[in-house]
Design a protein around this ligand. Structure first.
Ligand SMILES: N[C@@H](CCC[C@H](N)C(=O)O)C(=O)O
Length: 269
């Protein structure tokens, strides 16, 4: 079976070609592969009757999840090269996504529409339509409170802060990730609005920890920022591993993510 080690803005993946050989790893095996190959997520490419491929996603902790933006760009690049098509379709548990080439070797993925209703995010408490009461730290002076929430096919809680570097994300991230408000866990973004077209973002990923970039996290942060009128609907997202451009188009309500993809190596197992 062919395996590609790739990254999208530093978010690292081991991608298994399971289109002709079955690949059904246990959670323990996923954890081992992630450790051995230094991957944040493990991806399996499976055959799909209607789309170019079905993409299965596991976090490094062995949990199977339904969306991964950066991996979708990596898989998009593989399939665009393999098929010679100008656009490829990628089915995930969450949605049908489309990938195509952008300028300067970058890849764009149409990530679909954000889901903002409470029914779209598993929450145990429903506070109001923009934020949810998640207080971390002393109640009279919380370190973090009231993130915006949005689903990009997976759950995101986004805290808008003055300076992301003031926050100990490895300490705070897990407290929000498994806060009782999120019975299925959540990805946790720390977003600093630099100006109307630029956001600095770090994401504590559910099941993977602090990664160099989170594609769905970048989409979620832009949607939350634009919805609160903190930024325009298109912005440059500065992540630890590189930059992504996120464009939440008014015309079709879909979120387009553009960014780099890097092939580290390929091997056969
Ligand atoms: N790295 C990803 C997101 C992967 C899944 C996430 N950790 C979850 O549990 O939902 C991305 O680029 O979007």
């Amino acid at each position: 079976m062919k395996v590609w080690k790739m990254n999208g803005a530093g978010n690292a993946f081991a991608i298994f070609d399971a289109r002709s050989t079955s690949f059904v790893p246990s959670a323990d095996q996923v954890r081992q592969i992630a450790e051995d190959l230094k991957a944040d997520q493990i991806i399996a490419l499976e055959r799909d009757v209607a789309r170019d491929v079905f993409m299965r996603i596991w976090n490094a902790d062995g949990s199977e999840v339904s969306a991964c933006g950066n991996a979708t760009r990596c898989v998009g690049k593989l399939l665009l090269e393999e098929t010679g098509k100008s656009q490829v379709t990628i089915q995930t548990e969450a949605d049908m996504l489309k990938a195509f080439n952008a300028d300067n070797g970058l890849i764009t993925v149409d990530m679909g529409s954000p889901l903002m209703g409470w029914e779209d995010i598993p929450l145990s408490e429903k506070m109001d339509v923009r934020g949810v009461d998640v207080k971390i730290g002393p109640m009279d002076n919380p370190i973090l409170s009231r993130p915006a929430v949005v689903s990009m096919g997976n759950p995101h809680a986004v805290f808008f802060v003055k300076d992301v570097d003031d926050y100990d994300i490895p300490a705070l991230g897990p407290l929000v990730e498994w806060h009782p408000t999120f019975p299925e866990g959540t990805n946790v973004g720390f977003a600093q609005v630099i100006d109307r077209n630029t956001i600095r973002l770090r994401v504590w990923e559910r099941g993977a920890g602090l990664t160099k970039a989170c594609g769905t996290g970048a989409c979620a942060a832009l949607v939350c920022a634009a919805r609160a009128k903190l930024t325009a609907r298109k912005a440059k997202m500065i992540l630890d591993g590189g930059e992504l451009t996120i464009d939440w188009r008014e015309s079709d309500d879909r979120v387009y993510m553009t960014g780099p993809v890097e092939m580290e190596f390929e091997t056969e197992i």
